[in-house]
Design a protein around this ligand. Structure first.
Ligand code: GLY
Length: 377
């Protein structure tokens, strides 16, 4: 941890030359959305893209914040859930945005979690060869991960996020009060991505989380602080490697195992993304500790202990429902991160806060490890 806990809004700059933008974090910020947009793009009209659940809670307040600043708005609502990241819904949103007479200088406002942000961001990336967009995240996961960094995408029959573009927003407005309506399970799943920033590169922040996670869950300044530190960490990585040719891959700590588990569960409510990442990070730590003693086992136990303490799953056997097989998981791992001559790329660790990219992991070694984990069931 590098800064004191604060009450007033925090601004984190994502420094990308002409595409730089602010992430503004604080409680009750939504009312300022109109003035912030008017200052950035005077005279722009907006289309709000959201899902039906989020709209019930927050759409009226967003529309009021925009109209108070004289900003014309229209809305496009999609069904909640990953199924909306489809070609069909993408087409519907594109057609609805065009029908709302949005021009090159107008804006899309993505109001929602990761699904809405990815979908609306991709629509913005391609419509009229690129429209500006603003992210208004409504989940903890979107606050600290998906709304920041410009990855936008829809899914293909071959896998998640395979059709997409890098397209940075012009503003991320993270009003932490919007998290008050989030089911606790969703908040906890998003917390896995917060813990990830400590585990991958900031041991001090991880120690702070170990001591303060209850306050983060309760809300208030500790929550805002955790979001700000996470966004600062992501902003720094994105600024030095926007297109993931190097360091940005560190953000995938826990994701190779995690995506395979998520896919094996059919991307269903059986295992939320953040829950899969929690198990994936626990596995990455344990795999690193066992791999020629790369990381101290004490660090693996500490990482796993914290994730378990907040109520996140950390073992494959924590996933409810049917048994998974090693062949199925290895096939999914191979699809997610292509095998090159039998070697896989993983984000491994030398300890808490010390992740690194290892592109020479023998697929046979991973198979043995997963078989042992499955045998623990
Ligand atoms: N969610 C990982 C990234 O934005 O690179």
């Amino acid at each position: 941890m590098t800064a004191a806990v604060r009450n007033d809004p925090t601004t984190v700059r994502v420094a990308l030359d002409a595409r730089s933008y602010d992430i503004v974090i604080g409680r009750g910020l939504l009312a300022s959305l109109g003035t912030r947009i008017a200052a950035l793009r005077p005279g722009a009209k907006t289309v709000i893209v959201s899902d039906e659940n989020v709209a019930k809670h927050h759409l009226t307040a967003v529309e009021a914040a925009l109209s108070k600043s004289g900003i014309a708005t229209s809305r496009v609502l999609v069904p909640p859930g990953e199924a909306s990241k489809s070609y069909r819904v993408f087409e519907q949103v594109c057609e609805a945005v065009i029908a709302s007479r949005i021009e090159r200088n107008d804006l899309i406002v993505a109001l929602g979690g990761g699904v809405v942000g990815d979908l609306a961001g991709f629509v913005a990336a391609v419509l009229r060869r690129g429209l500006d967009f603003v992210q208004v995240p409504t989940t903890l996961l979107a606050d600290v991960d998906s709304s920041v960094g410009g990855k936008t995408a829809i899914d293909s029959a071959h896998g998640k996020n395979l059709v997409g573009a890098f397209h940075q927003p012009i503003l991320v407005l993270a009003d932490t009060a919007l998290l008050d309506t989030l089911p606790e399970r969703e908040f906890r799943a998003g917390y896995a991505e917060v813990a990830k920033y400590g585990l991958l590169g900031d041991a001090g922040f991880f120690a702070w989380l170990e001591n303060n996670w209850r306050e983060v869950f309760a809300g208030g300044p500790a929550r805002e602080h955790a979001i700000a530190v996470s966004c600062r960490a992501k902003a720094a990585i994105v600024a030095r490697d926007e297109r993931e040719t190097g360091d940005r891959a560190l953000l995938n700590l826990g994701h190779t195992f995690g995506h395979a588990l998520e896919a094996a569960c059919g991307f269903s409510d059986r295992l939320l993304h953040g829950e899969a990442i929690a198990i994936g990070m626990a596995l990455a730590f344990e795999f690193s500790a066992r791999r020629q003693g790369l990381a101290p086992m004490a660090d693996a136990k500490r990482a796993i202990g914290h994730l378990a303490a907040v109520g996140l799953p950390t073992r494959i056997k924590d996933i409810p429902g049917s048994q998974l097989s090693v062949d199925q998981l290895m096939d999914l791992i191979a699809q997610d991160k292509k095998v090159k001559r039998g070697m896989l790329t993983f984000i491994l660790v030398r300890g808490v806060g010390q992740a690194f990219i290892e592109s020479g992991v023998d697929a046979r070694e991973v198979r043995v490890f997963i078989s042992e984990k499955l045998a623990e069931q």
